[in-house]
Design a protein around this ligand. Structure first.
Ligand SMILES: [Zn+2]
Length: 273
């Protein structure tokens, strides 16, 4: 019977691997989509950067034009100074000329700030182009990896599906039905029993059952109802109980070969229905 449990444990491994591969296959398009989103975002930033540079150019053109107007105005005032009739008129014109000069200074400062800003934006643009090129490369790599991964996983999954069918055909029908029943309600139907504990629900196995299991008897977990699979190769209980100086191979202390298992009998699972 234990060899049948070992078959179920193997079947469960295969079925879990199929599920894991399905989950993995779903990650490829998500990863590609994330790269595409990053590429779009950088493209958007680049568009904004180009617009901002164009805006600075327009701003400077307008400033130049305003500065020209002010210069012409100041020139006209200076020309009027020649024919001035009174001190009042003279002062008013000088005031206007001084205002024009101040305003020209102010606008030239704004223009300079715009030039500095343009330099910053151009540096930003250079970096964005670099990022964009890197992201395009990363996307191409991601797409290639996704294609390869998808093909590899599909092939592996097809192999596993075949293995699964073959294994199912090789397991006794009522046992398989029981396995499917438990698996549908608990996700897994077989739990490894290690160190006298069910690895699925962590409940202790009673000492007598534990001894029987290690001698090859098949049991269900009294708590969660899963098939208990004992694999001496991974159970370290006996090794842990041995004195540190003893060089006994792990798991060989008390285990019985699986071929004796069928003779050991099989208990009935706690049914939920
Ligand atoms: Zn359990």
């Amino acid at each position: 019977m234990q060899s049948e449990i070992a078959k179920l444990a193997h079947l469960q491994e295969v079925e879990q691997e199929i599920v894991a591969l399905t989950a993995q296959r779903a990650t490829y398009p998500r990863r590609v989509a994330a790269r595409e989103a990053a590429l779009r975002e950088t493209g958007r930033q680049l568009e904004e950067n180009v617009k901002a540079i164009a805006h600075e150019v327009v701003t400077r053109r307008r400033l130049e034009s305003d500065i020209d107007d002010l210069r012409q105005k100041a020139q006209r005032y200076r020309a009027q100074l020649e024919g001035v009739q009174s001190d009042g008129q003279m002062k008013a014109l000088e005031h206007q000329i001084a205002f024009c000069r101040q305003e020209i200074d102010r606008l030239e400062e704004v223009e300079f700030a715009s030039l500095v800003q343009t330099e910053t934006l151009e540096e930003q643009q250079r970096k964005l182009h670099e990022t964009l090129a890197n992201l395009k490369l990363a996307l191409a790599n991601e797409e290639a990896e996704a294609r390869q991964g998808m093909a590899r996983d599909e092939k592996k999954q097809a192999e596993l599906a075949q293995e699964r069918s073959a294994m199912r055909a090789d397991i006794e029908a009522s046992l398989l039905a029981e396995y499917d029943r438990i698996a549908s309600s608990r996700k897994t139907a077989v739990a490894r029993v290690e160190g006298q504990r069910c690895s699925a629900c962590q409940m202790m196995v009673r000492p007598q059952r534990w001894n029987e299991i290690r001698q090859g008897a098949a049991h269900f977990c009294e708590s969660c109802g899963r098939f208990l699979h004992y694999d001496p190769a991974v159970d370290l209980t006996d090794a842990m109980h041995l004195p540190a100086t003893t060089k006994k191979p792990v798991g060989l202390a008390k285990s019985t070969p699986h071929s004796h298992a069928a003779a050991a009998g099989f208990d009935h699972p706690p049914r939920e229905d």
